[in-house]
Design a protein around this ligand. Structure first.
Ligand code: F6R
Length: 247
């Protein structure tokens, strides 16, 4: 289903409330809540609202286990552009999550260690009980995570090559496209599909044409987000501008 909100802030508050509900339900049963998280501009207000719920409404993250979708490769965790830095700035430094419950793909691995590491990442998700809810953004190439055009529907966590458009879109954060890493480690489409709930967020007119393709286009590896049409429990959460081209 598609849900359209008047603006990103209202949408983000609703999504954060849904996540908080999941966390509290799991707390009552003494179970971990396993969240798949995204970075980028889109989920920033969701994280801000989760921080507010923690600080002002007593929402605890002690039972929360997180797995981030992706990280640039190579990337030092301490670099300002790393997704480790992003997650700490926007969420983890402001809540009571246990540091050992945080998982973000490691951008510092030696090339020969990447394949084993990616398998382990999949296993860790499984051992945690599987993803209860996966938050997603969408790139203008149609990527979810960094599953660029050509990604297979059964793909797992792996090293991928970033699309030129993705690197251009990231160039502002890096002070030029040439400084954007050429690769990333990302959960696969198959990994994402195993999540019990998927929530894809998209805001602004810049996303309107890719959102139309993702929601209404033919399912194809050329636009990996179209695979989500086949997922049993996906919600596309949009603002009016991102939904503008939907029929
Ligand atoms: C980030 C990720 C990407 C972004 C997408 C949109 O972890 O997996 O798929 O969600 O590139 O980025 P923004 O939100 O910056 O437009």
């Amino acid at each position: 289903p598609v849900t359209v909100f008047a603006n990103p802030q209202l949408a983000s508050i609703q999504v954060a409330a849904r996540i908080a509900d999941l966390i509290r339900r799991k707390q009552q049963r003494n179970e971990p809540a396993v969240l798949g998280l995204a970075t980028g501009a889109t989920p920033v207000q969701v994280y801000a609202e989760l921080v507010r719920l923690h600080q002002q409404e007593g929402l605890s993250f002690r039972n929360v286990v997180t797995f981030n979708l992706d990280e640039y490769y190579p990337m030092l965790p301490t670099a300002p552009q790393s997704y480790v830095t992003f997650m700490h700035e926007h969420l983890f430094d402001h809540i009571d999550i246990e540091p050992e419950n945080i998982h973000i793909p490691d951008g510092t691995l030696a090339p020969e260690d990447v394949a084993d590491y990616c398998l382990r990442y999949e296993q860790q998700i499984g051992q945690a009980g599987g993803l209860d809810l996966q938050l997603l953004g969408i790139g203008r190439t149609g990527h979810v995570g960094f599953n660029e055009p050509g990604s297979a529907p059964n793909s797992g966590t792996r090293l991928v090559t970033l699309d030129d458009l993705t690197r251009r879109d990231a160039s502002r954060d890096f002070g030029g496209k040439e400084s954007v890493p050429r690769k990333a480690i990302t959960m696969g489409i198959g990994t994402i599909f195993k999540a019990r709930e998927l929530v894809l967020l998209a805001w602004s007119g810049k996303k309107a044409s890719i959102v139309k393709k993702a929601v209404e286009g033919e399912v194809s590896g050329e636009v990996p987000a179209t695979y989500l049409q086949l997922a049993p429990n996906v919600e596309f959460v949009l603002d009016e501008a991102a939904a503008a081209e939907l029929t």
